[in-house]
Design a protein around this ligand. Sequence first.
Ligand SMILES: Nc1ncnc2c1ncn2[C@@H]1O[C@H](COP(=O)(O)OP(=O)(O)OP(=O)(O)O)[C@@H](O)[C@H]1O
Ligand SMILES: [Mg+2]
Length: 230
Amino acid sequence: MIEIKNIVKSYGTRKNKFQILKNISAEISGGDFVVILGASGSGKSTFLNVISGLERPDSGTVHYGSTDITALSDAELTAFRRETVGFIFQQYYLLPNMTVEKNVRMGADLSGNRDYLSIIDAVGLHDRRKKYPSELSGGEQQRVAVARALAKRPKVLFLDEPTGALDEETGRQVLDYICRLQKEYGFTIVMVTHNANIAEMANTVFKMNSGRIENIYRNETQKNAYEIGW
Ligand SMILES: Nc1ncnc2c1ncn2[C@@H]1O[C@H](COP(=O)(O)OP(=O)(O)OP(=O)(O)O)[C@@H](O)[C@H]1O
Ligand SMILES: [Mg+2]
């Protein structure tokens, strides 16, 4: 479980300080599928970055079990990110001079997982494993990023607008893979989107507005990637 308490985060210098996250508290249960929904500029990415250990808050705590990640040293925080969490962004950030297989293996090597080929198969890229990123479609590249993030078997997968650069068909396909892999491996999903349709796939929705969570609700039923509007 992730326990988020009184998170405040500002950008800017003392004179021009602007508070982005205004005292946010929330809990995320293990195995949950959380969508962080909100308009552009509401603070979604900043919130995701703080709770995943990419950025430090000004104040407040983020506990993973008994570990408060805001109290870790830089080296400990890097180790935490490497061992515990995975990331997927709108941009794929694949290494252009490495094949699909090597890109995914890099993710696996971080955790000593030798079983990286099965995750390549699981995202339907067995036939593409010797190709370079530039030889793949956007949807295929994002599936490589999914495989790379999951190859180290993270406890929590953080996604920031993972379908933002994809067309409808490939976007649905990527979301479908992610959901099916969650059922298989049981990791927790925390996904940022401004698309209210995608929120219908979640168990739990955090609705953000102007740096606050204005509403938390649970969906009675979760739609799959082919049932939602786009
Ligand atoms: N590094 C930064 N320095 C200064 N201001 C920042 C920085 N990052 C974000 N901001 C500001 O913080 C606010 C929230 O940004 P954030 O990226 O968290 O929003 P968002 O909800 O993810 O928006 P979007 O849907 O457009 O990605 C915005 O007003 C943004 O300009
Ligand atoms: Mg954002």
